[in-house]
Ligand binder design. Structure first.
Ligand SMILES: C[S@@+](CC[C@H](N)C(=O)[O-])C[C@H]1O[C@@H](n2cnc3c(N)ncnc32)[C@H](O)[C@@H]1O
Length: 220
């Protein structure tokens, strides 16, 4: 089983020996790879839907029978016991859904290292995290084909973080890597599209123009 570049980066962020909670696991490739490598000791695999949860169970039976893993049908953290894991990964979902899962998780999410990989609305997820006492300790980028993915390493720190409009779209960690440069390129295309919409409606364009200037200044 070869992990995708996206899952490889997420895997690299899981501390050795941790107990992993993989929310919305579907195929369960991430916990299977970590347990097979001996990088983690145990895992809780969850999904809101029975089909994906069964797919994960079948993949474990096929690829790593006898692993220390439990399967929980759960909407977000709902059916997960407090203290069941040290690290929670919530990957491959929209940023708004991830924000909603964290909002409803309460204390459970505040006690874990969070690895978040939003497929969309990264700006809204950053806004939620910074406004609700979560600190984004790092952002890593992965490329597959012409797609660029961002992965947030997050902990609850209890203090709000100030941010600019550009921070919402680019984050505050801006590594000079090829992966980040592709992410920037995608952000530029999206910003230019929003700018056209703002101009068309006669709305204020100053923030969008500042974001575009900032992207061009960083360069790619
Ligand atoms: C695209 S898959 C991502 C699989 C894997 N995490 C990855 O990144 O490759 C998204 C999964 O999230 C599940 N899901 C969606 N909303 C959820 C929720 N509120 N709680 C738990 N799982 C959810 C879906 O059923 C689906 O299996």
């Amino acid at each position: 089983m070869e992990l995708s570049e996206r899952l490889k980066v997420i895997k690299s962020l899981v501390p050795n020996g941790a107990r992993l909670l993989d929310i919305g696991s579907d195929h369960a490739f991430l916990p299977i790879a970590l347990l097979k490598d001996g990088a983690i000791s145990e895992a809780v695999v969850t999904d809101i839907n029975k089909g994906p949860l069964e797919r994960g169970r079948e993949n474990f039976a096929r690829l790593f029978p006898g692993a220390k893993v439990s399967f929980v049908l759960s909407d977000g953290f709902d059916k997960v016991e407090q203290g069941a894991a040290d690290v929670a990964s919530i990957c491959g979902m929209g940023g708004l859904l991830i924000s909603d899962i964290l909002r409803r998780a309460g204390q459970k999410a505040k006690e874990m290292l969070l690895l978040l990989q939003p497929m969309s609305h990264q700006n809204e997820l950053r806004r939620y995290l910074w406004s609700n006492g979560f600190c984004i300790e790092d952002e890593l980028f992965a490329v597959e084909g012409d797609k660029a993915y961002v992965i947030f390493k997050v902990r609850f720190c209890g203090t709000q973080t100030e941010f600019s409009y550009s921070d919402l779209y680019l984050g505050k960690h801006r590594p000079q890597t090829a992966e980040f440069k592709l992410y920037l390129k995608k952000q530029l295309v999206a910003a230019e599209k929003r700018l056209l919409g703002l101009r068309h409606r006669g709305d204020d364009t100053s923030q969008e123009c500042a974001l575009i200037d900032e992207i061009k200044k960083i360069g790619f």
